[in-house]
Design a protein around this ligand. Sequence first.
Ligand code: NAP
Length: 333
Amino acid sequence: MKAAFITGYGGADKVIVGEQPKPDIPSGHIRIAMKAASVNPIDWKTVKGDLKALFKPPFPLMLGSDGAGIVESVGADVSEFQPGDAVYFRCHKLDTGTFAEYFTLPAELVASKPKNMTFEQAAAMPLVGLTVMQALTEKGGMRAGDKVLIHAGAGGVGTFAIQYAKTCGAYVATTASKKRNDLLTELGADEIIDYHSQNIEDELADYDIVLDTLGESVHDASYKILKPGGVLVTILGIPDNETIADYKANFIVKWVARLYNRKMQKRAAKRKAVYKHHLMYASGAQLAEITGLIEAGKIKAILDSTYPLGQIKAAFERSMTGRAQGKIIIKID
Ligand SMILES: NC(=O)c1ccc[n+]([C@@H]2O[C@H](COP(=O)([O-])OP(=O)(O)OC[C@H]3O[C@@H](n4cnc5c(N)ncnc54)[C@H](OP(=O)(O)O)[C@@H]3O)[C@@H](O)[C@H]2O)c1
């Protein structure tokens, strides 16, 4: 089958589209004929070797971690899905390879594709949807009426996060370039801060939660707008000790992670705030909840651009600019 993979770390030019064996179907797994997959910054970070401390995969390393397609066959002990079902999913942790004609994964990580979405739109949802849902509700404890700031509202994570937080009844502020105002207003943002000309600490106060999609550079200002006890949930930086323990990281990495997280927590405590890191995980059950929100018309897909599998390098280069508005999609025929 055709698939995108690397045989060594580097830039987008390291990505090869070539032949790889069609995956087997162990018991409890399903094999999906892929229709579309989304490009996420984690894909090119993986290509660059940024995740080497967490895991050192054997080469060739297959790329891509979420997507949508049609169930081609099911393994023994699978009753939830059958051949012909339209589905979408996020793969298990580092078990990548969705930029391919076929992908196999455990059935419990899969959910039915929203009926009101194309395969390209559905492929845009799993990684960012699960990230947002977990970061805001599990880590942030978001409730109706909370004031929530979402950094980089125009990005893949941000466009989903604004819609999700609004659906949950939050008051939502976001940072973006001015040219994104129309889109972000349409998605439901209550306040939009133009990060080129405004400072969040001059515009916002008494927030319950900040979702950080940009990294440490926005932490100090974010703490200033949080109310006492408010939570900054970051999806950048070094994962917390609990998450690191789940990966095959060596003791030095675990030690560095512990020190880093302790430092970040102390910095937050000085501002009477709480620091939390979130690394998303796959869940078919949570994805089914997202299907419900999408089919109820509460969340829609925002697509930046779509590329055929053969042009995946260009898609990676687009993502690496950090300027995408919504999601970048790879269409697989
Ligand atoms: N921990 C996890 O589980 C997890 C999960 C998903 C993603 N992530 C990480 O989260 C980050 C964001 O992911 P993403 O998919 O949303 O990225 P993305 O789609 O590439 O983000 C691009 C967007 O960021 C905006 N942006 C850039 N700098 C900004 C700034 N200073 N202020 C406000 N907006 C800014 C850009 O708008 P302009 O063009 O207007 O600047 C653009 O629309 C990535 O680093 C990714 O690896 C982590």
